[in-house]
Write a protein that binds this ligand. Sequence first.
Ligand SMILES: NC(=O)c1ccc[n+]([C@@H]2O[C@H](COP(=O)([O-])OP(=O)(O)OC[C@H]3O[C@@H](n4cnc5c(N)ncnc54)[C@H](O)[C@@H]3O)[C@@H](O)[C@H]2O)c1
Length: 344
Amino acid sequence: MSNPDVVLITGAGGFLASLVARALLEDTKSPNIQLILTDVIEPKNPLKPDASKSADVSTIKADLTDPEQINGLFNTPFGIPDTVYCMHGIMSQGSELNFDLGLKVNADSVRDLIQASRRYGQQSGRRITFVFTSSCAVYGGPLPHIITPDTIAAPEGAYGLAKLSSELYINEFSRRGLIDGRILRLPTIVVRPGPPAAAASSFFSGIIREPLKGVEATCPVGTDINSPELNLPIWLSSPQTVVRNLIHAKHIPSSAFPKHTRVVCAPGFTVTIRDEIDALRQVGGEEAVKLIKFENDPTAKRLVDSWPQRFDNTYALSLGFTVDEGSMIPIVESFKKDVDAGIA
Ligand SMILES: NC(=O)c1ccc[n+]([C@@H]2O[C@H](COP(=O)([O-])OP(=O)(O)OC[C@H]3O[C@@H](n4cnc5c(N)ncnc54)[C@H](O)[C@@H]3O)[C@@H](O)[C@H]2O)c1
């Protein structure tokens, strides 16, 4: 058998990275894989209790704001990783509330991880593939009706600043051949399972997730079910599609990217908050909709209104990334299945 494909995933105790870890273990294009999963909280081994294969996964608790702990991730018995998924971070609201921590984790530690990938890649004689989860929060200021690859990113917040600065490092390090970067600016992911995240967009998932579990949810936009504010458009993707696209990012040949940028806006689609509620009604019934309580918060409305609402998916689709089909209803149906199966 060929040498194992060693993949390091940071933020592996979190929502998305834990799904990426599971998907990589099932990826037919990566049949011989070893995973190093790391997080500041102890990450779970997705293979447990299947003890026969769990030797292919190593879980490491590490704080990536400490460069020594980053070094440790490149010195495990699995050897130097071939691919790094850089997915740890402090989410948007968290990094607004604690500006210094947000910069330390979302910018400084990412830069240290890029530098370590450069050093260890040079040591192993292979350029490390570096997949980075960026965000639409890199955009700010007046935006065109539809965002294209030519739209200038000028963030207005700590989270967007840190993401954009990391993107610039990855682009330049890739251009110089020091790493092989792939940057996905992710849409908001709906429906996110588990407790509400420290993200201002958290209610987009909450107004579906909580009612389907029979629990009240707060919608901070609008005063009631007929409010015109519910017509605000939002840019979304399902978790399944984002994960599939993150796995695809690993397999794209570097020659597919232009010289100056590794940035791709991951495909998504536009819905309104009202479309979300209509999908909830169709899947969960009027009883579920009644569990949404409206607590109009002008700041939430201003924030949602300032986010990019429509993107041109053409470039991403040309690289082989995929988009959800059928808008909100299949997404809500899929989440309800998980709720009914007790796994959401
Ligand atoms: N979920 C979304 O809608 C969305 C949208 C755009 C971009 N993203 C990006 O995708 C990635 C994953 O997002 P998520 O929603 O799974 O987030 P998450 O909050 O569930 O996971 C992030 C993980 O990073 C870990 N972490 C924080 N500080 C750390 C440190 N100092 N050292 C090591 N680990 C640390 C946390 O413990 C957490 O488990 C992030 O980079 C995020 O910015 C997510």
